[in-house]
Design a protein around this ligand. Structure first.
Ligand code: SF4
Length: 363
C-alpha cells in the first residue's frame, strides 16, 4: 500500500490518513424546491438527517440533477448537522453552483463530465472555496474508450488515473477516489491496485449491489478484506433498501474489521419453535432506540433457556425468555424476572440504568 495516505477535510469530518473510517449514505428521493433555509420542508428533512446521524451516519450525499435541487441542497447544507455531498453527473455548472453555498464536497463522474476545461473550472473553484472533490469512477459509466475493456477493474483504475493526473497538474490534492463495480471481487481488486500506487483516500462500496440481503453480502465480501488491510477511508453500503439499513450495514461491516466499538452491538437469536419470548417482535419495537445509543454496549435478546441465559449473561444487558417470563441479566447476574407482558418496562428500566452508568464513565 502507498505509505503516503493523504487525509481530506469535508466540513467537520476528516477522512483518510489516520482518521477512523467514516460511514456515509445517500438520500433516496429528490429534494423539494427550497428558496431559503427557513422553508417549511427543511424541518422534516433535518429530522431525517438527525435520525441518520443518531445511528452512525457521518456524511450524506444527495443527487443534484438540476439547478432547483442544487439550490435546495445549498439551503439544507446551511442547517444540516452532517456535512453534505452533491452528486453531479453531466453538467459541471451544477458543481460550480453547489460550491457557492458552499457544499463541502462534490462528487463528479469522469465518465460523463466531459471536456477538460469543465473539470478545470470545477477544480479551480473547489480550490478557492476549500471544497473536497470525489472522483467517482463507476463501471456502469466509464469513459467511452474504456467501456469495452476486458478487465473492468483495471479500466476503472485507468479512468481514475487520468483524472488524478489532471488534478495533480492543476495542483489540487483535496480529493477522494472511488472505484465502484458490482462484482465484489472486482471491487476488491480495483481498490487494491489503486491503493498500491496512489495516496488518495478511497471511498469504498459495491455499486448496484442489489436488495438488502444480496447487497449486504456483496458489500461485506468486498469491503471487509480491504478494510482489514487498512484500505478505505469511508464506506457506503448501497442497497435497494432504506438509508437506515445502509448505515447499520456499514456499522456492522466496520465492526467485523475490528474498528473501535461505537454504540450498540446486538446479539439476538433467530427464534425457533422453542421460543417463549418473541425476539423478532421485541427487536422491531426496540431497534431504533438501541441503534441510537452512542456508548459501546452489548445487548442480548434471546428466545428461550436453551442459549438464552448463556448469551444474556455474557452481554452488558441481556433479556431472555424463560417459560412464561423473561429474565433480565446485568453483569452476569439476574436482576429481574417478569411476566412477558412486563418485559419491555423491565428492559427499559435496566437499559436506562446501564446507559447512565456508561455515560458517567465516559465523562
Ligand atoms: S435461544 Fe431458544 S428460541 Fe432462540 S433459537 Fe435458540 S433454541 Fe430457539
Amino acid at each position: 500500500m502507498n505509505s503516503d495516505r493523504r487525509s481530506v477535510k469535508v466540513g467537520s469530518l476528516f477522512m483518510g490518513g489516520d482518521w477512523p473510517v467514516s460511514i456515509q449514505t445517500m438520500w433516496k428521493s429528490p429534494l423539494p424546491a427550497l428558496e431559503t433555509e427557513k422553508d417549511i420542508p427543511i424541518e422534516s428533512l433535518l429530522a431525517g438527517i438527525r435520525k441518520l446521524e443518531s445511528i452512525g451516519c457521518q456524511l450524506l450525499r444527495f443527487a443534484v440533477p438540476d439547478k432547483v435541487q442544487a439550490q435546495a441542497l445549498g439551503m439544507l447544507s446551511r442547517r444540516s448537522p452532517l456535512p453534505l455531498v452533491a452528486d453531479i453527473h453531466f453538467d459541471w455548472r451544477l458543481a460550480l453552483q453547489c460550491m457557492e453555498y458552499p457544499i463541502p464536497k462534490i462528487r463528479i463522474n469522469p465518465g460523463n463530465i466531459g471536456a477538460r476545461w469543465k473539470v478545470k473550472e470545477v477544480v479551480d473553484k473547489a480550490s478557492d472555496h476549500g471544497v473536497a472533490l470525489r472522483i467517482g469512477v463507476n463501471s456502469g459509466s466509464l469513459p467511452e474508450d474504456l467501456r469495452d475493456a476486458d478487465d473492468i477493474a483495471e479500466a476503472c483504475v485507468t479512468a481514475a488515473e487520468r483524472e488524478i493526473a489532471y488534478f495533480d497538474e492543476l495542483g489540487f490534492t483535496n480529493v477522494v477516489v472511488s472505484l465502484k463495480l458490482n462484482d465484489p471481487a472486482d471491487v476488491e481488486r480495483a481498490n487494491r491496485i489503486f491503493a498500491v500506487k496512489y495516496p488518495q483516500p478511497l471511498h469504498l462500496g459495491v455499486t448496484e449491489a442489489g436488495p438488502l440481503i444480496s447487497g449486504v453480502v456483496r458489500n461485506t465480501a468486498a469491503l471487509v478484506p480491504l478494510l482489514k488491510d487498512k484500505i478505505g477511508a469511508t464506506i457506503r453500503v448501497s442497497l435497494s433498501d432504506s438509508m437506515e439499513a445502509e448505515v447499520l450495514a456499514a456499522r456492522e461491516i466496520l465492526a467485523c474489521t475490528g474498528a473501535a466499538a461505537k454504540g450498540v452491538r446486538i446479539v439476538s437469536c433467530p427464534r425457533c419453535g422453542r421460543a417463549s419470548f418473541d425476539t423478532h417482535a421485541f427487536l422491531d419495537r426496540w431497534s431504533d432506540r438501541l441503534y441510537a445509543i452512542d456508548v459501546p454496549v452489548e445487548i442480548a435478546v434471546m428466545g428461550c433457556v436453551v442459549n438464552g441465559p448463556g448469551e444474556a449473561r455474557r452481554a452488558d444487558l441481556g433479556i431472555t425468555g424463560a417459560g412464561d417470563s423473561v429474565l433480565i441479566f446485568r453483569k452476569g447476574e439476574i436482576i429481574a424476572r417478569e411476566k412477558i407482558a412486563q418485559a419491555d418496562q423491565a428492559f427499559e428500566d435496566a437499559l436506562k440504568e446501564l446507559i447512565a452508568e456508561r455515560q458517567t464513565k465516559r465523562e
